[in-house]
Design a protein around this ligand. Structure first.
Ligand SMILES: NC(=O)c1ccc[n+]([C@@H]2O[C@H](COP(=O)([O-])OP(=O)(O)OC[C@H]3O[C@@H](n4cnc5c(N)ncnc54)[C@H](OP(=O)(O)O)[C@@H]3O)[C@@H](O)[C@H]2O)c1
Length: 270
């Protein structure tokens, strides 16, 4: 039996490492457990500021936040006012991508799997529009409705059918950032994509990226993001559960869409 690894926030109780001392607040790769023995301290980061909730270092200021930041700015190469579509837009990554795109005055539409998420995208996170992909019979037509002039940027967290639908709606010289494929992870036989010719006709750039290659950017990312959070210009919706016992259900919930924003489990109170 093995402890499930995850991202966690904790306080150093004892350290033989010169970079960490008792009492330091850290976040990084930990076990889903009350006490972790960290054998690879390079996977930890000291928490530089404590005037924001510590859980933010698991979401908007942590790995998902950096994913949104590098994915959007570096891989989507956005320009002011462009048309942006985000799949799984109410997930930890998607909700930040949308808000970053709004800061650039883009027109932003997200897809999500429930009415509640769609309402929150529009009314809390400032998306221009959003739709429930589960209620759309034809995703391509739905996208035409929201983007009559086409999509410049597609930030994909889902993969599968949505990529085919988006390819039919991309504008000339559009960019597609492949961030995640949550719809494909549980499948033994992943779905194929038919409309790849659109990549040629529309001169698209399609690029996958992995955030671990960009961890050196954390200090720059925090300098950028913390002022927005402090000023309330970036919101972070968290779905908080209490107790280690809630871990299995929380994990399962990511694949059924039960989480409402970044899933956080409180193992012990500060
Ligand atoms: N490239 C990288 O370095 C990197 C880094 C971090 C994360 N990722 C990937 O980025 C994606 C987003 O991560 P996250 O942390 O934002 O996700 P998250 O908060 O864990 O959200 C997961 C959401 O995915 C949606 N979903 C699940 N199954 C689906 C399906 N079959 N079709 C459509 N939507 C489905 C559900 O929302 P609905 O209710 O909307 O269905 C669920 O709430 C994931 O695929 C993740 O693996 C990649």
């Amino acid at each position: 039996m093995q402890v499930i690894t995850s991202y966690g926030v904790g306080r150093v109780l004892n350290s033989g490492h010169p970079g960490y001392k008792k009492g330091d607040l850290v976040w990084g790769t930990t076990g889903c457990e009350e006490y972790s023995l960290i054998t690879e301290p390079e996977t930890l980061f000291k928490i530089p500021d404590t005037d924001v909730p510590l859980s933010y270092y698991l979401g908007v200021l942590g790995m998902p936040g950096l994913t949104a930041y590098v994915g959007f700015y570096d891989f989507c190469a956005p320009k002011k006012g462009e048309n942006v579509f985000i799949s799984s837009a109410f997930g930890a990554v998607g909700q930040l991508v949308g808000q970053l795109a709004k800061l650039m005055r883009c027109y932003v539409v997200g897809s999500a799997g429930s009415k509640e998420k769609v309402d929150l995208l529009k009314n809390k996170l400032g998306f221009d529009d959003a739709f429930n992909y589960k209620e759309e019979k034809n995703l391509g037509e739905a996208l035409k409705r929201y983007f009559p002039e086409g999509i410049d940027i597609f930030f994909d967290n889902v993969g599968g059918k949505i990529i085919d639908a988006v390819l039919l709606n991309m504008r000339l010289h559009g960019r597609i950032a492949l961030c995640g494929m949550v719809s494909q992870y549980p499948l033994d036989d992943p779905e194929g994509i038919k409309n790849l010719m659109c990549i040629i006709y529309q001169r698209l750039r399609v690029e996958g990226f992995v955030v671990f290659d960009c961890f050196h950017l954390f200090p720059k990312f925090w300098d950028f993001m913390l002022p927005y959070i402090r000023e309330g210009k970036i919101a972070c919706v968290e779905d908080i559960a209490e107790g280690l016992d809630s871990c299995p259900a929380a994990l399962e919930g990511l694949f059924t869409g039960r989480n409402l924003g970044k899933k956080v489990i409180i193992v012990s109170q500060e």
